[in-house]
Design a protein around this ligand. Sequence first.
Ligand code: CTP
Ligand code: MG
Length: 369
Amino acid sequence: PPLNLEQMIYEQNTNLQVFAREIIATATPTPEELAAQNQHLKKCRAICRRICPEGELVPFGSLVTGFAITKSDLDAVLTSPYPEDLFSTPNKIDESNSLPQNLAKEFQSEGFEATLLLKTRVPILKLALKATDESSFDLNCDIGFNNDLGVHNTRMLQTYSRCDPRVREMVLFIKWWAKRRHINSPYRGTLSSYGYVLMIIHFLINVVDPPVLINLQNTPIPEDVPPDQIFDEGGEGEHQIWYAKDIENLPKTANQMHVGQLLHSFFEYYSYKFQWGREVISIRTQGGIFSKQEKGWVAAVIRPGRSGHTQIKDRYLFTIEDPFETSHNVGRTCNPPGVDRIRAEFKRAVSIIRFRDGGKSMRELLCQE
Ligand code: CTP
Ligand code: MG
């Protein structure tokens, strides 16, 4: 019998919910894998300490937020109590006796594959280690230098995740989908996982009705908060890093939607409602949206990178404002074909979810490699 619209959507969402549960279970790393990542981290710490005894290797990113899917990279940052000593002149980082170079050599002598990336926003040491008898899991680790903001924004994402279990579920599903559809490669013209997480948080605060999340950066700052917890002297000036952390005292959400409903609506929003050409996602802002005009994010600019001769192209095709470093466009990595592919993937997802065959094509196609 023909279904009315409401019944049809109900059926689509239920199919998606069942499918999402399976994907989330597949995507979640096993306890063994997480334990191996922690072992790897310990080993990297010990090696870093040999070269930089005053520094500390601090993990951030998905291993800390709980947004790791199986085979995720490990993100860590080497912090030092003496940042000026480490990088007195940032454009000397690629000189052969700089700390990153020395670290790279030390890791290589320990059997790691080590590559120093200098064209990125912050220098990154990329490490890889194949599984051995000691650990049956490969290691892929990115080490950054003096990037405290990454540690702060990781903690805020973790706080959002603690507010509602659906945050993590949506993130795991979307990361899995984006990886399988090859639209999660910031080095190759598409968007980082961090960018997808910000898209999800914007959706859960500002789009879905009633909201699943409260804007943690847009609540009044209590008077007893010390100034160093409000502002941070980051790499490129001062940043407000305060956000509400006492989530037990925040009002609970009235939203009862399941993850299938939320994902369907998420795909629809970015397919048909969000104005990719005109709008900037800004999760710290009331309403979550700026216009590119207001933000002055219109024409691409080329600026020098940290090491003098490298150049960074700031593109504004897809714009997501970093919640702390507000001059940074997290979508900067997206080039024209990359944005087109991302947008096409959102529309493809909607059409697959809407196709009426009991969810058969959805399981086959939605996350097809
Ligand atoms: N980050 C950032 N600015 C970016 C990209 C990333 O500050 N433009 C920081 C964020 O703190 C983020 C962390 O780097 O939490 C890791 O980013 P990413 O690797 O994209 O996200 P993960 O959740 O670690 O995803 P994956 O499992 O794909 O590594
Ligand atoms: Mg990562």
